[in-house]
Design a protein around this ligand. Structure first.
Ligand code: 6PG
Length: 251
């Protein structure tokens, strides 16, 4: 593993997705095990896609799952596609098969985004209510998650915050839905105010196909037209980029 402070960013470079995922699992285990005031829960949000899959699988191996205090952890989703929970496109399905089915997390401690339901705005509002009932709420009235894992798309989206979509401008709700033309489907997503209220955000980026967007996001800051991933700037928390060597070819 090497780091790249030259960019003034916390970038941890790993040989491959296995080493990246192992480091992510080690940090999750360490952070989730830290005592919290008044025994409040450790609240994390998980992205979908392919990058975090191995990380989730490792958390479910005996090496890690036996060290993690699952009963005091609550897991939320960062975003979800408007598909049934058993659809191959479902982020929940991927998280369930790679991890939830293999760990002793109390069922009530995983909060699925029911993005397939038709009354999307009501579902988003209900999900925000769940988030607010579990996570601490900051002085700014936004839920403060302990840890959020994000990925990045080749055009600079993160969560389901895609360039040119309405959700980019959401300033009142922590969870919202919008139709995403790029993928021709409705998406439910956490919004920037709640992402940027987190105590820690970790981007997991793997593969040569992400090299161009990673260079763009980390080096080409256009203040007038930031890409969604560039707008993830935690107000009081930290941000780290876990990247594999293939994704750093253009840095
Ligand atoms: C989703 C994800 C999304 C993902 C990026 C990167 O619903 O697709 O939450 O934001 O993190 O698209 O996806 P990969 O990890 O598959 O490259």
């Amino acid at each position: 593993m090497s780091s790249s402070p030259s960019l003034g960013l916390n970038i941890r470079i790993f040989e491959d997705i296995e080493a990246l995922s192992r480091a992510a699992a080690e940090e999750f285990t360490e952070l989730a095990s830290r005592p919290k005031p008044a025994a409040s829960p450790f609240v994390a949000a998980l992205s979908g896609g392919s990058s975090p899959k191995r990380f989730y699988e490792l958390l479910a191996t005996p090496e890690f799952k036996s060290k993690i205090p699952w009963p005091r952890i609550h897991l939320f989703q960062v975003d979800e596609r408007a598909v049934p929970p058993d659809s191959p496109q479902s982020n929940y399905k991927m998280i369930r098969e790679s991890m939830l089915d293999h760990i002793p997390l109390p069922a009530a401690n995983f909060h699925r985004m029911a993005a397939e339901k038709h009354d999307r705005d009501a579902v988003a509002a209900e999900y925000e209510g769940e988030l607010r009932s579990v996570a601490e709420v900051g002085d700014d009235e936004w839920p403060r998650l302990d840890l959020i894992y994000l990925g990045i798309g080749e055009e600079g989206h993160t969560a389901s915050l895609f360039p040119g979509t309405a959700a980019l401008f959401e300033e009142k709700r922590a969870v919202c839905c919008n139709y995403v033309q790029q993928v021709e489907m409705w998406r439910m997503t956490l919004t920037f105010p709640v992402l940027n209220s987190a105590d820690r955000i970790i981007f997991l980026v793997s593969g040569a196909e992400k090299a161009a967007i990673l260079r763009h996001v980390l080096k080409d800051s256009n203040p007038l037209k930031p890409l969604p991933a560039q707008r993830v700037q935690p107000k009081h928390g930290s941000i780290a980029w876990y990247v594999d060597r293939a994704a750093t070819q253009q840095l």
